[in-house]
Design a binder for this molecule. Structure first.
Ligand SMILES: *Cc1c(COP(=O)(O)O)cnc(C)c1O
Length: 458
């Protein structure tokens, strides 16, 4: 009988991250200073980020060494398992082979600690005392709290109000790791107070919470800011997922025809896909990449590729990405980790270059896929991960229709143990679909910033 799980020994933990920037056929357009419209320098970012992270952000080196202190922490749960989804294949009656990489075995149940650990490490090494950040559903906040605890840093987390109210367990996890968690918008920052003055009942958004966290870092010398997705260095840190998967698929004697991941800010998708894309760009085998997003926050499928702010208060640099506009506030659907108005510039860029495809699923269809997966494989996917499952099942059904025995690899980026209320609501028939009306997207996009020397207006 063929094996269903592929484990790697500790020694196989990657010793370097893979940087896609080294192999891109066309370089990534740089982030711009919002005032001058000129490309950003390392000095512009220094008040916010650790120097080592800024260097990684701008690097075009193909391989970047992982410090031993980081590797020794990652070893607690890495290498993560790769599974062959035999029972799901049987349930679907598909000729396709389905593999999934399971990132839910980390201490916080998702891929996020892959980057929180190095971000905390470099900050601690450079003398940062406190880190500020935002969190949507709480996966990032709890992962950063874990890493800050390991390296002796204070951690201040602005948590989107709707999730703060819906997900008390995530907050408890952050506090257990020693972090302070404040619901956003809050009255502790000028950006938060401005939002509350306009709308005292604001349920918040990632864009607003980012403004608050960035403001705290910009106004305190001992505080730096960390982001859990979107930025190049975050995607870089996540490539351990794909690098391990390459070795595990070799053990299985397989290579993927298609790789599927869900996309909020793009980091877990990049983490599994970029090392394979790199092999392809260096002359290796072809592979299709499919990014799956929620219909209620359709950044890649209905947004525009343009320079935009990363936050609502317009404090961040301008980055070129697929965006729904920085004023976009997605509805309160359950995949909190996917509710961001923008997309990682690197993911946007490869979609623009035709190296990756994007598709969307609504909330009900993605939960239906998640339940189908749970019944076959025995793992409850995080609501975000349900989108990747839905994408993989759609690919498997296409293989069935076409009679093709393709190999499908997807990233099961987290478990749903903290999200069981969403499953309760789903089974009680309480979840609704919400497709964003075209007018609202047009309205949010009309507010895109003007960029000197670039025609991106409507
Ligand atoms: C944060 C998170 C996401 C979304 O972020 P990406 O950067 O797109 O990966 C998706 N799934 C889970 C489980 C998360 O914690």
């Amino acid at each position: 009988m063929d094996p269903v799980k592929f484990f790697l020994p500790d020694e196989a933990l990657p010793s370097r991250w893979y940087n896609l920037a080294a192999d891109l056929p066309k370089p990534l357009p740089p982030p711009l200073h919002p005032g001058t419209g000129r490309p950003l320098g390392a000095d512009d970012l220094a008040p916010l980020f650790a120097a080592a992270l800024i260097e990684q952000e701008m690097s075009t080196e193909r391989w970047i060494p992982i410090p031993e202190e980081v590797r020794s922490l990652l070893l607690q749960w890495r290498c993560t398992p790769l599974y062959r989804a035999r029972r799901l294949e049987a349930a679907l009656g598909t000729p396709a082979k389905i593999f999934y990489k399971y990132e839910g075995v980390s201490p916080t149940g998702s891929h996020k600690p892959n980057t929180s650990v190095p971000q905390a490490f470099y900050n601690a090494r450079e003398g940062t005392r406190r880190i500020s950040t935002e969190t949507g559903a709480g996966q990032w906040g709890s992962s950063l709290a874990l890493a800050c605890q390991a390296f002796g840093l204070e951690c201040l987390v602005y948590m989107v109000r709707v999730s703060f109210d819906q997900k008390p367990y995530r907050r408890a996890l952050m506090e257990a790791f020693g972090a302070t968690c404040i619901p956003s918008p809050s009255d502790t920052t000028a950006s938060g107070r401005a939002i509350l003055a306009e709308n005292p009942d604001s349920t918040g958004s990632l864009g607003i919470a980012i403004s608050e966290a960035v403001e705290v870092a910009a106004t305190h010398d001992d505080t730096r800011y960390c982001l859990g997705s979107v930025l190049n260095h975050v995607l870089l840190h996540q490539t351990v997922i794909g690098l391990e998967a390459i070795e595990q698929l070799k053990l299985a004697g397989a290579w993927p025809d298609v790789i599927v991941g869900c996309t909020g800010g793009g980091s877990n998708f990049a983490g599994i896909a970029f090392p394979f894309l790199g092999e392809k760009l260096r002359g290796g085998k072809d592979v299709r990449l499919v990014a799956v997003e929620p219909s209620a926050c359709p950044t890649l499928t209905r947004g525009r590729l343009a320079y935009d702010f990363g936050d609502t208060a317009k404090l961040t640099p301008l980055v070129r990405m697929h965006t729904l506009g920085s004023s976009f506030i997605p509805p309160g659907f359950h995949s909190g980790g996917l509710r961001y108005h923008g997309m990682a510039p690197l993911v946007s860029h490869i979609v623009d270059l035709g190296l990756a495809e994007a598709t969307s699923f609504n909330q009900l269809d993605s939960f239906a896929a998640g339940v189908r997966f749970a019944r076959a494989e025995g793992i409850i996917p995080a609501p975000e991960a349900c989108h990747a499952v839905a994408g993989a099942i759609r690919e498997a059904e296409r293989c069935t229709a076409e009679g093709r025995a393709e190999t499908i690899l997807f990233n099961l980026c987290g478990h749903g143990h903290f999200d069981m209320q969403a499953y309760i609501d789903y089974h009680a028939g309480k979840l609704r679909d919400y497709a964003y009306p075209e007018e609202e997207i047009a309205l949010a996009l009309a507010g895109l910033p003007t960029v000197p020397g670039s025609a991106q207006g409507i």
